[in-house]
Design a protein around this ligand. Structure first.
Ligand SMILES: [Zn+2]
Length: 244
């Protein structure tokens, strides 16, 4: 029903009736059983340290506060702190997207429910931050989100499961035909600041901010041809320098 341009990932899957899985819960070893695929795990947002070798499962508990501290208008979507997919999430960069939803003054964040809840065939969350037409940053998830799919290497960021390596920012606008929207100035400015804040908190620089078009193996072109990736990174770098 939606046009959000995200890709499913190649995360662990199972269609078997019962899956045993050991995990560390605050130092204690627990075993859970998912019946009918990973349905049970999907309802265990606090589970940590799932056995994906070498990659952590972090929660971006700082996300709303950091964005707010940078002067952005931030709306924490209810439940965002507990929201996330149940596999590895160990981000080093930020991946930029557009939703392909047509935002208007009356409806500045039309994709909000979809990026939070997902769409048929792809479970939410579908990003971490949705930037509305008026520049408001809606924080929808602290954990892993389905936004990147399998990624090509891009700049300094390795290829592989992009949902492990990237925090996802969705700019809520519709650059595609027949809408041919551009992001508003407020929206673009907020997106630059949000990307800078997040990548800095991850301990990296503007080169770790990538466009989905630069990582996609499925021909994604977001966040739209009206924005140049290098120009966006230059603005992120300037923001980082200003904040230093
Ligand atoms: Zn995308």
């Amino acid at each position: 029903m939606t046009r959000i341009d995200e890709e499913p990932t190649t995360g662990p899957t199972s269609s078997s009736a019962t899956v045993g899985r050991r995990m560390l819960l605050g130092g204690a070893v627990a075993t859970s059983f998912a019946v009918g695929g990973l349905a049970l795990l999907d309802r265990m947002p606090y589970v940590r340290d799932l056995p994906i070798p070498g990659r952590r499962r972090v929660q971006l508990t700082w996300l709303a506060d950091e964005l707010r501290s940078a002067g952005l208008r931030v709306q924490g979507d209810e439940g965002w702190l507990e929201r996330g997919r149940p596999w590895a999430f160990d981000p080093v960069g930020v991946l930029m997207h557009h939703t392909a939803f047509r935002a208007t003054g009356a409806d500045p964040q039309p994709a909000l429910a979809t990026v939070r809840d997902g769409r048929p065939g792809l479970r939410g969350p579908l990003c971490h931050v949705l930037v509305a037409r008026d520049g408001t940053c809606h924080v929808v998830a602290a954990g892993r989100a389905n936004h990147a799919g399998e990624a090509r290497p891009s700049g300094p960021v390795e290829g592989g499961d992009g949902n492990v390596s990237y925090v996802g920012i969705e700019i809520d606008y519709a650059p595609q035909q027949p809408f041919s929207q551009r992001p508003t100035t407020a929206q673009l400015d907020a997106s630059v600041v949000a990307a800078a804040v997040i990548v800095a908190r991850l301990g990296n620089g503007a080169d770790h901010v990538r466009y989905h078009a630069e990582t996609s193996l499925a021909g994604k072109w977001d966040p739209g041809s009206t924005l140049d990736a290098d120009a966006f990174r230059a603005r992120v770098a300037a923001e980082l320098a200003r904040r230093a």
